[in-house]
Design a protein around this ligand. Structure first.
Ligand SMILES: Nc1ncnc2c1ncn2[C@@H]1O[C@H](COP(=O)(O)OP(=O)(O)O)[C@@H](O)[C@H]1O
Ligand SMILES: N[C@@H](CC(=O)OP(=O)(O)O)C(=O)O
Length: 450
């Protein structure tokens, strides 16, 4: 049987320190098919680097830089300070220091360059750890030579044909000779500048690598043993899911299950690549297989929660028996590059949520200028501090009598917006942020756990 190609991604928690890195190296070295290894920055490093990109005094930035330096050099020290590795890590740290301590105007382009150091450092160190652990040939690859995007810094859009071409040239020849360690999250735009795929984007990178080499399996190794029926941090007796469909996993990730970046399933679905989610701490425990078709198709499989939602209610009597109002509303939003997520309408009003921009997580894209334009032809009400709860499963649009018991069990809760029927895989609604976790617990107990 010909070799399989597996792409394995290890998240920040799996790269936390040398012990964690060695666990990952042992997962890789026990399976010759794991050919492309995509790693995230060590736990907490991207947050630290982000702090370097916001307004800080030089002294504050120095302290953050020192913490980053100490963390990475201490892993190298535990590894026995191999001279070649120290050279590479010191070079990266010097370059980071030069960029961050220089006085300059922070641009989205510079921000992405600074953020890229997390993955560049972790992947450099992990390459050495894997070499020592496996004794195999291991090649470090700069992901920016393969993952090509547009220039929307901070949330760049992959260019699939360009990635495919770059993979044939810069990745396939290496694949024949050795294992490859590369970075998640980072990419490059047509002029060669560094871009990033948005927070948590390493899962997406790994899926793009898997698509580019026609991989058989994409593995996501993380700090939970599987995808659970809901976030185990909210419901301690949530159950691990053995098998889930592409569509259900896509809905879960889009609606807030942090275990997968929202776009991860897109390349996997395009190329029908099976995805495995497992724990790098307990690799022996069964994880979750995400496949095109599952044996069982429960009506309700899981619940996800997405925080920090803003509801925009646009009200106008002009809507009554007229045409063109929605087009006018969406035109204003489109002109300001505001992407809408959920929409419901009545005869005289429209309620919508905005797709959260990773660079503006507080939804500040709805600035006074946009509001002024909308207010020319409507009344606008904004409700903040909401959470979106999604029930994910199968045939939800065709299941009679589902919403009655769901909303019946939430009689004390004010539901702000309900979306049901647009997808057969989800039923979602908005509630106040401070009630959201309780709502998840109630629904999980009543509809999932039993
Ligand atoms: N349905 C779910 N199943 C499993 N984990 C979930 C789910 N929803 C949210 N999570 C959270 O996702 C976390 C893993 O994602 P993340 O922190 O991004 O990991 P990594 O560092 O490996 O990328 C888990 O610790 C868990 O709390
Ligand atoms: N390091 C990046 C990308 C990433 O995906 O990280 P993680 O796999 O730890 O979620 C971030 O923190 O956003």
């Amino acid at each position: 049987m010909p070799d399989l190609i597996k792409v394995a991604k290890f998240g920040g928690t799996s790269m936390a320190d040398l012990t964690a890195m060695r666990r990952c190296a042992s997962i890789v070295s026990s399976d010759p098919d794991k050919k492309i290894i995509v790693v995230s920055a060590t736990a907490g490093t991207t947050n630290h680097l982000t702090e370097l990109t916001v307004e800080q005094s030089v002294e504050e930035r120095k302290q953050i830089f020192i913490a980053i330096r100490k963390k990475h050099l201490s892993i190298c020290k535990d590894l026995g300070n191999p001279a070649l590795l120290i050279d590479k890590v010191e070079n990266l740290l010097d370059a980071l220091e030069a960029i961050t301590l220089r006085k300059q105007i922070m641009t989205p382009m510079l921000r992405d360059e600074i953020l890229s150091f997390g993955e560049r450092l972790s992947s450099t160190i992990f390459t050495e750890v894997l070499k020592q652990e496996s004794g195999d040939e291991v090649e470090w690859l700069d992901a920016r030579r393969v993952i090509k995007t547009d220039d929307d810094f901070g949330n760049a859009e992959p260019d699939i044909p360009a990635i495919s071409e770059a993979a044939s040239k810069n990745l396939q020849p290496l694949l024949a000779q050795s294992r490859i360690v590369t970075q998640g999250f980072i990419a490059s735009e047509p002029n060669g500048h560094t871009t990033t795929l948005g927070r948590g984007g390493s899962d997406y990178s790994a899926a793009l690598f898997a698509e580019a080499v026609d991989a058989d399996v994409l593995e996501i190794w993380t700090d939970v043993t599987a995808i659970y029926t809901t976030d185990p941090r909210i419901v301690s007796d949530a159950r691990p899911i053995t098998e889930i469909s592409f569509d259900e996993a896509a809905e879960l990730s889009v609606f807030g299950a942090k275990v997968l970046h929202p776009a991860t399933m897109v390349p996997a679905i395009r190329k029908n690549i099976r995805v495995y989610v497992g724990s790098s701490i307990h690799p022996e425990k069964p994880g979750t297989w995400i496949v095109r078709d599952t044996k069982d198709k429960p009506i309700l499989r899981a619940i996800s929660l997405r925080r920090n939602q803003t509801l925009v209610k646009v009200h106008s009597l002009d809507m009554l028996h007229r045409y063109g109002f929605l087009a006018k509303l969406f035109q204003v939003l489109a002109e300001h590059k505001i992407s809408v997520d959920l929409v419901t309408t009545s005869e005289v009003s429209v309620a919508l949520t905005l797709d959260t921009d990773v660079n503006k997580p507080d939804n500040s894209m709805l600035d006074s200028e946009v509001l002024k334009e909308l207010q020319k032809f409507s009344e606008v009400e904004i409700v903040k501090n909401l959470s979106l709860i999604a029930l994910v499963g199968n045939n939800l649009d065709a299941t009679a009598g589902l919403s009655g018991p769901v909303f019946g069990s939430l009689q004390e809760t004010n539901i702000h917006l309900i979306c049901h029927g647009a997808s057969s895989h989800n039923l979602c609604f908005l509630v106040a942020e401070d009630e959201a976790e309780d709502v998840v617990r109630v629904l999980h107990k009543r509809f999932i756990k039993s």
